[in-house]
Design a protein. Structure first.
Length: 294
């Protein structure tokens, strides 16, 4: 099989593409970077018009500007939406022009779809709370779902906070925690839906290979924890104290509306993945942090 990966140079794509190669796939990355860094054996294109040879059997759509890089000004919000919706729309239009389009579109989404959920367990059936992140994810998902009219199997991967040492949220947390000045955010009672990067990679591999999979999937570990519990576990893994909490008003002052990412509560569980037989390598936080940090 041949797989096209949009946004393949990002935090998830960097780990996913080599695994797809090991699985025997021919992997092509679509990136707007002039000279993207890709794994040996992976091809790269800047435009869909450059793609030659066989039509990809599947498309994995990871493209989108980082939601945590900068305050959510109106201009930043437009970029966050456009970088996801426009790219997804171009993929669907590219498929529409084909006589025989790819069989599957596995498209990223995010836990932000659900908005604030308190301590309620969040499954794929949970009704969302309105807000910017929900609106963003709805537009993103709806654009991907247009491919269903072409006979394409569409999966929506509602991703939690992806953890690994060399990027993502954990890389930003490690410096203060290593210095012993880490601590909980706000009250620390809000739930934190996390997932090891190896497991999010495994989920994409599983969704590509599973021809019966379609629709939304929550992509986070089966055991979400509160921010306070995550803070304690990270401090324990690093053998550092975690006694410097950051009050919610300070976070709102520093980050504005973007502080929602740090304070919203989502007790998200991967109900459909578990019901359909996906097996997590790192279902427990302490196990995941040990694998990452040791």
């Amino acid at each position: 099989m041949r797989i096209l990966v949009s946004g393949g140079t990002g935090f998830i794509g960097q780990a996913l593409c080599p695994q797809l190669l090991q699985d025997g796939y021919d992997v092509v990355v679509w990136s707007r970077q002039p000279h993207p860094e890709v794994a040996e054996g992976v091809s790269a294109i800047q435009s869909l018009d450059e793609l030659t040879g066989p039509t990809p059997d599947a498309v994995i759509n990871l493209a989108g500007a980082s939601i945590a890089d900068g305050r959510w000004t109106e201009a930043r919000k437009r970029l966050l939406v456009d970088s996801r919706v426009d790219t997804t729309g171009k993929l669907v239009e590219w498929m529409r022009a084909m006589e025989d389009p790819p069989k599957a579109l596995i498209s990223a989404s995010a836990v932000g779809y659900y908005g604030e959920q308190g301590d309620h367990v969040v499954t794929e059936e949970t009704s969302p709370t309105p807000g910017f992140t929900h609106d963003l994810c709805v537009q993103w998902e709806n654009e991907a779902l247009k491919a269903e009219a072409l006979g394409v199997r569409v999966c929506l991967v509602r991703t939690g906070v992806v953890l690994d040492r060399d990027g993502g949220a954990l890389a930003k947390m490690l410096p203060p925690f290593k210095m012993g000045v880490g601590g909980r955010l706000g009250s620390g009672k809000h739930y934190f839906p996390w997932i090891h990067r190896a497991d999010i990679v495994g989920i994409y591999q599983w969704l590509v290979a599973n021809g019966q999979a379609s629709g939304p999937y929550n992509a986070s570990a089966p055991n979400p924890v509160t921010n306070a519990a995550f803070t304690r576990a990270l401090g324990k893994a690093l053998k550092r104290p975690t006694v410097f909490p950051v009050p919610a008003p300070v976070l709102r002052l520093l980050f504005g509306e973007m502080s929602e990412l740090l304070l919203v509560s989502n007790r998200m569980v991967p109900r459909r993945l578990l019901d359909e037989g996906f097996e997590f390598r790192y279902p427990e936080l302490e196990q995941a942090l040990h694998a990452i940090l040791e």
